[in-house]
Design a protein around this ligand. Structure first.
Ligand SMILES: NC(=O)c1ccc[n+]([C@@H]2O[C@H](COP(=O)([O-])OP(=O)(O)OC[C@H]3O[C@@H](n4cnc5c(N)ncnc54)[C@H](OP(=O)(O)O)[C@@H]3O)[C@@H](O)[C@H]2O)c1
Ligand SMILES: [Zn+2]
Length: 344
């Protein structure tokens, strides 16, 4: 069978697509024929190499995939079931897992980032990492949703506790996490503001529910937010951009506001105006991935069509390199889906 692989960390040229060993199903795992997979920015970080993570090479990347069960063993899955992968792996036994907060697990890790991933024709995945996909849900949508919608749900609903009367600013609305946050915030009844790097991206963000979208290449988004809110600022800011936006994200918050972050695409060593934090009594929330309960909640809304992953491109898996380029060059809006070449 074929899989996306790299044998060393580096630029996009290290990505290959070739013969890989057939996965063997271990106890508690489910063997799946992958029908579609999706890229996340995480795949770019994993390819470049992350400090402290020493991968077995060659490494098969990928955290998102959906497909059909070939062999469910003695698990709750049967041959022919449609499933999507949830890539967060927790021990189930540490103090945090026992308290139901898997993303805090002391040995938390991610399929594709720390262990072999799912950008392959066939994969074997622990049954607890699978979510059922109803028959009428397209496999591309099922593959595109889990990681970013799960992350976005925990950020806004669990961590920031967004309420319907509030307003929220979502940065990078064209990205996977960003476009999920715009939709979840709107679904929660909040007034949504967003930033996007072009008119076209802004237009799509508006269609997904953003009331106003600020093009940060034209204007300072913190000033624009102040103006749009009569000087008040917003209750919640979603920031996954990092160093480049951190200061203005804090400056966009109303008194008592909350900033929630899950990433730092432009770097983590940002400058913080501490005076603003204590005087305005701001809260900063970190958030990573989601519990399986949170994933079930958000995916049920995706399956029924209330939330919708936007697909910027569907590529043959052999063109994964092009998908990485689209993410790195911010080309397009939403998710890049990879379909095994044999399924096209
Ligand atoms: N902790 C977690 O559990 C978790 C989960 C998911 C993602 N993340 C992190 O969150 C970040 C976003 O992930 P994603 O998969 O949503 O990424 P993505 O699809 O590539 O989207 C990133 C978006 O950020 C915006 N952006 C602004 N400045 C940027 C810059 N200098 N370089 C690149 N993008 C920039 C872009 O929108 P514009 O072009 O419109 O500005 C882009 O669409 C990544 O750092 C990722 O590692 C963390
Ligand atoms: Zn644990």
């Amino acid at each position: 069978m074929k899989a996306v692989r790299f044998s060393e960390h580096g630029g996009r040229d290290v990505i290959g697509y070739g013969e890989s060993e057939e996965p063997t199903r271990k106890e508690g795992e489910v063997l799946i024929d992958v029908k579609a997979a999706a890229l996340n920015h995480l795949d770019v970080w994993t390819r470049r190499g992350l400090p402290g993570i020493d991968l077995n090479m060659p490494h098969v990347p990928g955290s998102d995939a959906a497909g059909v069960v070939v062999d469910g063993g003695a698990t709750r899955f049967d041959e022919g079931d449609g499933v999507a992968v949830w890539s967060g792996v927790a021990c189930g036994d540490c103090e945090f897992c026992r308290n139901g907060d898997e993303p805090l697990c002391t040995s938390f890790h991610i399929i594709g980032e720390h262990v072999e991933g799912v950008h392959a024709e066939r994969v074997s995945v622990p049954a607890e990492n699978l979510v059922r996909v109803p028959d009428d849900v397209d496999m591309k949508r099922a593959a595109a949703a889990p990681l970013v919608f799960g992350t976005a749900w925990r950020m806004l609903v669990t961590r920031a506790g967004l309420r319907p009367t509030e307003n929220v600013l979502v940065l990078g609305a064209s990205g996977g996490v960003g476009h999920a946050c715009v939709q979840i915030a709107r679904h929660a009844g909040a007034t949504v503001y967003a930033t996007a790097g072009s008119d076209e991206k802004a237009e799509t963000a508006r269609k997904l529910g953003a009331e106003r979208v600020f093009d940060y290449t034209d204007e300072n988004f913190a000033d624009a937010v102040r103006e749009a809110t009569d000087g008040r600022g917003v209750d919640v800011v979603v920031d996954h951009v990092g160093k480049e936006t951190w200061r203005d994200s804090l400056a966009s918050l109303a008194k008592g506001g909350r900033l929630v972050t899950c990433g730092a695409t432009t770097g983590g060593d940002a400058t913080t105006d501490i005076n603003r934090i204590f005087w305005n009594q701001l809260d900063v929330y970190g958030s990573t991935m989601a519990t399986r309960g949170e994933v079930d909640d958000v995916l049920s809304l995706v399956w029924e069509g209330a939330l919708e992953p936007r697909i910027r491109a569907t590529l043959p898996m052999s063109e994964a390199k092009e998908g990485h380029r689209m993410l790195e060059e911010r080309d397009g809006f939403g998710k890049v889906v990879l379909v095994p070449d044999t399924e096209l």
